[in-house]
Design a protein around this ligand. Structure first.
Ligand SMILES: Nc1ncnc2c1ncn2[C@@H]1O[C@H](COP(=O)(O)OP(=O)(O)OP(=O)(O)O)[C@@H](O)[C@H]1O
Ligand SMILES: [Mg+2]
Length: 256
């Protein structure tokens, strides 16, 4: 039985007084944040605010220098490498630059989601079983590009590649989807489509979603909660319907 089955009400993420330093710079400073199962949360804030750093703590690729980080009910600092990897398999991440292997057919990139983020090499070498093909095809169908199954990934448009990255996460079938500016390299129409897909799939499949975005309107339109970060601190954390224009202005304000 998995930990989440035992503690249905456990927060997906529980950060307490977390600080993350890079040299003298505190990229995150005294951050306390809880995210519950099924929530859709937007991270917003100016460049350098700490959004990517926060997401890297949430997927366990970086560790805090102070404070406590619990991922899916488990204290990261207490986990062995093997235990951490088991937790990480349940957390899927999508990036602005897609992180796909251009030279491979779409099917192989998507199937890599099945084998976990540490064994991409094995995924690439593996001969796909018919059941794998079905799984990959179903995921591509969900993201709207089933016809691209055997195409070379590098030939696809940016929007299509982000769909491939999303399909890979669907195949991974994590409890949580993290997305670090998933729409930053897309035109406005493609950006909207990807945000629609992300929030719709997260809702349908009951997954928690934490997504950083620069365009604040997508935080309002696609998430139920908005966390505003500035200089490594949480400036506000509220239901999207309660975040005011004044708060947003203060978030992006240029210091005189
Ligand atoms: N690996 C690193 N080494 C040194 N400094 C880093 C590292 N990663 C982040 N930083 C610094 O930490 C701060 C927060 O960076 P982060 O990438 O989290 O910001 P962000 O909110 O994601 O910004 P953007 O909107 O530009 O992506 C920045 O000042 C950045 O320069
Ligand atoms: Mg960033």
């Amino acid at each position: 039985m998995r930990v989440m089955d035992l503690h249905m009400n456990t927060a997906v993420f529980n950060l307490t007084h977390v600080t993350k330093q890079f040299g003298n710079l505190a990229a995150l400073h005294d951050v306390t944040l809880q995210i519950a199962p099924g929530e859709r949360v937007a991270l917003v804030g100016p460049s350098g605010a700490g959004k990517s750093t926060l997401l890297s703590l949430l997927n366990g690729t970086q560790q805090a220098d102070a404070g406590q980080v619990q991922l899916l009910g488990q204290d990261v600092a207490q986990l062995s490498t093997r235990q951490l990897r088991a937790v990480q398999k349940r957390i899927g991440t999508i990036y602005q630059q897609f992180h796909l292997v251009d030279n491979l057919a779409v099917i192989h990139n998507v199937n890599a989601g099945q084998l976990g983020r540490w064994s991409l090499g094995r995924a690439l070498l593996s001969l796909l079983r018919p059941s794998d093909v079905t799984t990959v095809y179903d995921a591509l169908h969900k993201v709207g590009i089933p016809e691209k199954l055997y195409e070379r990934t590098g030939q696809l448009s940016g929007g299509q590649q982000q769909r491939v990255a999303l399909a890979r996460v669907l195949v991974q079938n994590p409890d949580v989807i993290l997305a670090d500016e998933p729409i930053a390299s897309l035109d406005p129409e493609r950006a909207r489509e990807i945000m629609d897909l992300l929030s719709q799939l997260a809702q349908e499949m009951g997954k928690t979603l934490v997504v950083s975005v620069h365009a604040i309107e997508f935080a309002y339109s696609h998430c139920e909660r908005i966390v505003g970060l500035r200089d490594g601190r949480i400036l506000f954390d509220a239901p999207a319907s309660q975040v005011t224009p004044e708060q947003v202005q203060a978030l992006y304000k240029i210091e005189a």
